[in-house]
Write a protein that binds this ligand. Structure first.
Ligand SMILES: Nc1ncnc2c1ncn2[C@@H]1O[C@H](COP(=O)(O)OP(=O)(O)O)[C@@H](O)[C@H]1O
Ligand SMILES: [Mg+2]
Length: 206
């Protein structure tokens, strides 16, 4: 990120989703314990007693500390989409609009909440994930600019799964290859959504 005060250009944030219905029915327990804004402890068990909440180490059956994992920020299950966006993405979008490159990368096992976080519910202002919020912020920025300026926006959308690249804007392309441009920068030949914007007109090309 272009923030001159930032200690590091890479941030790692960890979001936890609540147990889903089938996990609850199966009797799974939610085991992460959050400490402050950046730490999660695994391997502890919280037991409510008459005197308040006691913390036990599952393995040793005694008061213990479990294992702590520290991130730049942890997001407990009640974290909203807008909170995630403001912490993870808003500054990156500002930097990109200022001419820097930016990447937001969601990593996690299947069903951990990547699509919920990145895409979410596209048509629900509360449920929208990071990608539609980025689009909104970019267009808001453009609409606030001088009306004589022209903007070209290109969007590609693909999935890398089991070493195969699938174009999500053209479902017929299921195994795309990676090429290198003359500066040896890797790229994938694929479909782009393009917006050419000037004044009040917007054309959408495929
Ligand atoms: N933070 C969350 N709060 C509530 N439900 C969530 C959350 N994250 C994920 N889910 C739900 O969990 C399920 C799996 O999430 P999903 O985003 O599809 O996982 P992934 O893309 O990592 O495979 C979906 O039904 C999704 O709605
Ligand atoms: Mg997914």
């Amino acid at each position: 990120m272009a923030d001159a005060n930032a200690e590091c250009n890479i941030k790692v944030l960890c979001r936890f989703r609540p147990l889903n219905k089938s996990e609850i029915i199966r009797g799974d327990k939610f085991i992460p314990v959050f400490q402050g804004e950046d730490t999660v402890i695994l391997g502890q068990q919280q037991i409510a007693t008459g005197q308040g909440m006691w913390v036990f180490d599952i393995a040793h059956k005694a008061v213990g500390h479990g294992k702590s994992y520290v991130f730049d920020q942890v997001f407990p299950t009640n974290t909203t989409q807008i909170q995630v966006y403001n912490t993870c993405a808003k500054q990156i979008v500002k930097d990109v609009l200022g001419g820097y490159n930016g990447t937001i990368f969601a990593y996690g096992q299947t069903s951990s909440g990547k699509t919920h976080t990145m895409e979410g519910n596209l048509h629900d202002p509360q449920g929208m994930g990071i990608i539609p919020r980025i689009a909104e912020d970019i267009f808001e920025h453009i609409f606030a600019m001088d009306e004589n300026l022209e903007f070209h926006i290109k969007v590609s959308y693909f999935e890398i799964y089991m070493d195969k690249i699938r174009d999500l804007l053209d479902v017929t392309k299921t195994n795309l290859s990676v090429h290198e441009d003359k500066h040896r920068v890797p790229y994938v030949k694929m479909q782009y959504f393009c917006w050419y914007m000037c004044c009040v007109s917007v054309w959408l090309f495929l």
